[in-house]
Each structure stands twice: as C-alpha cells, then as structure tokens.
Ligand binder design. Structure first.
Ligand code: IPE
Ligand code: IPE
Ligand code: MG
Length: 264
C-alpha cells in the first residue's frame, strides 16, 4: 500500500482492512454525493435540524480529504438544491451561513491538498456574502490540479438543462442538426468534467432529487442507510468496493472498460 495513505487509513484499523481490498488502479474517476439525512440525524438525538447540518460539515471535511488522498479526480457534493429554498427561513439562513463559514475556513485545506473548487448551480439567488467567498476560493484554487471539488449550490438538474438550451439559442452558433451530445454537454455547468462514475446517496432515499440529471445517464448508484453526519472514510471505501464489483456494460453485452461510445 502506498505510504501516503497510512496516516488517514492507519494499519490495524477497519479502514485499513477495507483499503487493502480496494483496487487503487480502478478507482472511480468522479464520485458524486447526495449528502442527505442531516435533519434526521439531529432529530434522532433530540436536537434541532440545524445541528445536523453542523455535524455534516465534519463529514464533508473527512470525505474531501480522503477522496483527494485516494486519488479521486473529481468529487461533486450536492449541498443546496433549488428546492431547498422551500425550507423554513431559519434553516435556509443557517445552511448558507455554514457554507460561507466552510469556504472561509477550509480554503487552507484546499490549497494544501492542491484542490480546485468549482461551484455549479444558478449564481443569481445565492446570498451575496456567500457568492463573494465562492469567487474568492475559486480564484485562489484555479490552478490546482490534484482533485476538483465540485459543490452544487442553488442547483437543479432541470434548471441546468434549461440554462444550457438558453445559452445555445442565444449564441446561435449551433444549428438544430449540428447539436449533438458533446456540444450540448459543453454548455452545461459541468463542461470539461467527466460524468460521475459513482453516485452515492446517504440516508437510504432511493431518488436523485434533481441532481446531475444529464450527467448520471450511466452512473453506478450506491444508496447507503448511513446518515450524512455519520458518513466516514470507511463508508467511502465501502462505496468504492461496491462500485468495483459492478459490471458496467453501457448497453453492450459484456463489461466494457469505456463509457458510452468510447467517450470518457
Ligand atoms: C441534507 O440533509 C442536507 C441538505 C439537503 C441541505 P437534510 O436536511 O435533507 O436531512 P433530512 O433528509 O431532513 O434528514
Ligand atoms: C437533496 O436532499 C439535496 C441535497 C442533498 C442538497 P433533499 O433532502 O433536499 O431531497 P428530498 O427532499 O429528500 O428529495
Ligand atoms: Mg433530506
């Protein structure tokens, strides 16, 4: 095993045992996560829902660092959906404050680990102070290459598709016949980012909740009952191990090494 992994997955621990089973040459290149269950985690403890969001930020820190260390190229975290505005005003306010604090505090971790931040979602609507932090950290980490951390904020997969169509029409450079998957994907907010290989959803919910609708066409889905604040390195390894057991056929009759039509 590579020694740089041993401080995060120390010998003698369950994490280390799991890591030994992972094929480090066949890691998912892109993992997307629907971080769900913060509210239930808090409710189970008789705490207000917002305490669950606080506890969830520790899981974010751990999973970002572990993913980077393992060599995952892209990690996408669904942190605030366009539908989450329906929640009580107090909870919405606390969520945005937490996100702002996360960016304010974790910029050092992103720089140290050579991570690039990219935020997807509609920027109009994001509170101004949060937007300022997003822009600061995106600029600060722009040249980083080890891993791209994509954070979905004020995000809706349907909005993203509509925005892409609007942009294509406004540009007027692509004819109806000239529009293909590649040209279309190039107008999504994830342009240049490979489609997720693995989608993890915590808290047992079997739905995609308007996340990356275009991009998950052939993504392997892993749902765990673990609530997001309890999600730790070993759960990430379990998800990766399950992914490595899957037979990805992309419509063919046998396992293929490549994504649909040979695209990456
Ligand atoms: C996920 O946890 C965090 C966000 C959606 C922002 P929830 O807050 O949805 O937790 P549950 O699903 O109510 O338990
Ligand atoms: C999805 O979780 C959104 C995020 C994790 C940010 P929700 O808790 O909002 O999804 P639903 O309401 O259960 O579908
Ligand atoms: Mg939820």
């Amino acid at each position: 095993m590579e020694t740089h992994l041993e401080d995060l997955f120390p010998p003698g621990t369950e994490e280390h045992e799991l890591l030994l089973k992972v094929d480090l040459d066949r890691l998912p290149r892109h993992i997307a996560v629907i971080m769900d269950g913060n509210g239930r985690w808090a409710q189970q403890r008789g705490l207000p829902r917002v305490q669950g969001h606080n506890a969830g930020s520790a899981a974010v820190r751990e999973i970002v660092e572990a993913s980077a260390r393992l060599g995952i190229g892209f990690l996408t975290l669904y942190a605030f959906s366009s539908e989450n505005w329906k929640r009580p005003r107090y909870e919405v306010g606390r969520l945005w404050r937490l996100l702002r604090e996360y960016l304010g505090k974790e910029d050092g971790l992103l720089v140290e680990n050579d991570l690039r931040l990219k935020v997807i979602g509609r920027r109009e609507g994001i509170p101004a102070l949060v937007l300022k932090e997003i822009e600061r950290v995106e600029t600060l980490t722009r040249e980083n290459r080890h891993m791209t951390l994509v954070v979905a904020l004020n995000y809706s997969g349907r909005d993203e598709i509509i925005d892409a169509v609007r942009r294509i029409m406004a540009e007027g450079r692509i004819s109806a016949a000239g529009l293909d998957e590649k040209a279309f994907a190039g107008h999504l907010s994830t342009a240049g980012i490979p489609d997720p290989d693995l989608l993890v959803r915590t808290s047992g919910e079997m739905r995609v909740s308007n996340f990356l609708l275009w991009q998950i066409a052939y993504t392997e889905i892993f749902v765990t009952p673990v609530l997001w604040p309890d999600f730790r390195r070993r759960h990430l390894l379990e998800a990766i191990l399950e992914f490595q057991k899957r037979d990805r056929r992309f419509g063919d009759v046998r396992a293929a090494a490549k994504s649909p039509r040979g695209r990456t």
